[in-house]
Structures are given as C-alpha cells and as structure tokens.
Write a protein that binds this ligand. Structure first.
Ligand code: SAH
Length: 346
C-alpha cells in the first residue's frame, strides 16, 4: 500500500491486510480500529499502545482528516453552538440543543448548500463541498463529548438539520449513520436519528430501497406548488406530488417515522387557507406529526416571523382538524444557532 489513503475509509479486514503487508501483527489492526471508532482518537499520536515507530509509519501511509473545534458559544437558553474546522480549512457548524429529557445534536452534511431556499442563511452561501462521512462522524463524536462535559449526559438524538442538504450527499450521510449506529463504534439507535431534506424525491425513494432504519423529516413549508416554487427552488424539479409519492414509497419500504416541517413566514404561508391546504397534504402522507417552526430572522433576508395570534390560529386550525402538531420555538437565537441561521458567523 503506497498511495496515501484516508485511514478511516478502511474496514477492519482491510486494516488487517495492511498490517500484514508491512510485516506487523494482525491484532494491531484491532487496536488501531478501536482508536479510530471506539476511543475517537483524532491523531496518530494519541494511539498510545502502538509504538512510536508504528505511529510514524501510519502517519506516512495514511491521511487522518479530523475536524477540530474552532470556537464554541453558549446561548442563554443552554444551546451550545460549535464551529468546526476541516483539515482543509473550511468552517461549518453543529449545535447541541438540551431539553429536560434529551440532548439533541444538529449536524451539518455539507459546507454551505447548493439549494438557496429563500428563507435560509445557509442558502446564501455557496456549496463549497460535501462533508466526508468521517467528518460528519467527528461532529457527532465531538458534540457527544461536549454534551457529557456540559450537561453530564451524552447525546440522545441526532438530527441532520445543520448546514447542507443531506440527500445531496447521500453516500457520506448513510456511511456516517452506519458508523454512529455500529456496535463497534457509538452504537446509537437509528430510531434516534432524523435526516431532514428539502425534498429530493429520487433520493427519498433510494432511502426506501436501501431499507434505512432512521427517520425522515421533510421541509415542506408551503402546501401548494406555486407557493413552494417561490420559496424553495428545488420544488420546480421535485414538486409536491412527487414528494408525496416518494414519501409513501419510503414508508412502505421502511415503516420509519416521517415528520413534516413547516416554517411560518408572515403573510406568505400562514393564512387559514394555507393551513387548510396543509391538512390535505398531511392526509396524503404517512406521517403523524407536523412541526410548525418559528421563523428565525436572518440579516438580509426579507421574511418576517408570523405574529403570535396568527401562529396560534394556524396551529389551532391544524389541531382542530386532527393533525398532530407541535410548535417549535426556536432555540439558540442569540448566538445564531437556530434553524436556518447557520452561516459561520462569529
Ligand atoms: N436541507 C435540509 C436540512 C436543513 S434543515 C432541509 O432543508 O431540511 C434546517 C431546517 O430549518 C429546515 O426545515 C429548514 O427549512 C429550516 N429553516 C431554514 N431557515 C430557517 C429560518 N430562517 N428559520 C426557521 N427555520 C429555518
């Protein structure tokens, strides 16, 4: 093995082959693998039961592209936002949202985003590149360590609702979840993981074909195509009918939970007629929950948050029509850590 390769892309079997090829013992592979996936080492230097010489050899033969924490901020409501730096100098953000029963990590899947949804701060940035699966894994592992330190308990839930569109980085997102849930690694239950998408119908079907075991959230935000086209350009190629069909397929194949997300934008999608149309869509999708999200203001974005009365009437209408609805108050607003505010601002 001469080419420099990312060490975390090797399976245990491949690591064993490597150690054999350099004339070392196979059990070194187990030790190294544990450092990578159980002890979450972020450099070869940390691998203290390997000889100095061997650590040097590994550093010559492999890349170890770990993330570092560039900065952490705490909100007055306890929300913790960290800015991470990739090995090649990109920045991206992850958040921990503590509640009484849960510590939920919100992680990024891309650096920037290519979708440009009109209400989202990340959408104002270009997509720089996809995150590699081990970089997504690092965010989770680091946020888990922070959670333990800060709140005394580790992460209970993970949502892929940070920067980027997870289904446009499909393979890395799935591989990261494979590692987060693997028994030889973090062993988290996939039932506690939710991937949120702006709606890529083809990839939602792919999730069904791949029989994934995690949950899915769809950022719907408008209940007819005309309106959805104006705030989410992706709707032009993935309209509501296509998404409804794909979500039904996903559910048939996996029986996993589906949640709809709906951010209330003043005068745009918050009328009772909008609520009525939303109920109709809800009935066509195998979902038991609509999360109505408070809009979080973003500088240079012209939308406003719906006022309290309108918000109340909207959620009341849904509840009256037997929709299971939860109003999601935003968290971490004072440090720009809330939904749609992640844009690497200090
Ligand atoms: N691209 C994926 C993952 C990002 S999730 C997706 O669209 O689902 C982030 C969630 O926050 C999405 O539901 C998104 O629509 C929502 N959001 C974006 N900007 C927001 C804002 N300014 N206020 C509140 N929610 C916002």
């Amino acid at each position: 093995m001469t080419a420099v390769k990312n060490i975390r892309s090797l399976s245990l079997v491949e690591l064993k082959e490597y150690f054999e090829s350099i004339g070392d013992k196979k059990f070194r592979a187990i030790q190294t693998y544990e450092w990578l996936w159980k002890k979450n080492a972020r450099s070869f230097d940390e691998m203290s039961n390997l000889s100095l010489e061997l650590r040097k050899k590994l550093a010559e033969d492999f890349e170890f592209n770990t993330m570092t924490v560039d900065m952490t901020q705490q909100s007055s409501d306890g929300t913790l936002k960290s800015r991470f730096k990739t090995y090649d100098g990109h920045l991206m953000e992850g958040v921990i949202i503590p509640t009484e029963k849960r510590n939920t990590a919100c992680v990024s899947s891309q650096i920037g985003c290519s979708l440009a949804c009109k209400f989202c701060a990340t959408g104002l940035m270009d997509r720089k590149r996809n995150l590699h699966f081990d970089e997504i894994y690092d965010q989770v592992a680091i946020l888990n360590e922070q959670s333990l330190k800060q709140y005394g308990t580790g992460l209970t839930n993970i949502v892929y609702m940070g920067m980027g569109e997870p289904l446009l980085n499909y393979n890395n997102v799935l591989k990261s979840i494979e590692r987060i849930t693997a028994s030889d690694s973090m062993a988290m239950s996939p039932k506690r993981i939710t991937v949120s998408t702006a709606g890529v119908a083809k990839m939602i079907r792919q999730l069904g074909d791949d029989k994934v075991r995690f949950n899915l959230a769809l950022s719907l935000h408008a209940a007819n195509d005309e309106k959805r086209n104006t705030i989410m350009a992706i709707n032009e190629s993935n309209n509501i009918d296509a998404l409804v069909e794909a979500l039904n397929y996903f559910y048939e194949q996996t029986k996993n939970d589906i949640t709809l997300e709906y951010v209330l934008l003043q005068g745009v999608n918050d009328s009772l007629q909008d609520a009525e149309e939303l109920v109709k869509i809800y009935r066509r999708i195998p979902t038991h929950l609509i999360n109505v999200i408070e809009f979080n203001p973003v500088e240079t974005i012209p939308f406003l948050k719906s006022d309290e009365d309108t918000t109340q009437q909207f959620t009341d209408y849904l509840a009256k029509h037997r929709v299971n609805v939860r109003l999601r108050r935003s968290r971490g607003k004072d440090i720009d850590a809330a939904c749609g505010q992640l844009a690497n601002k200090a």
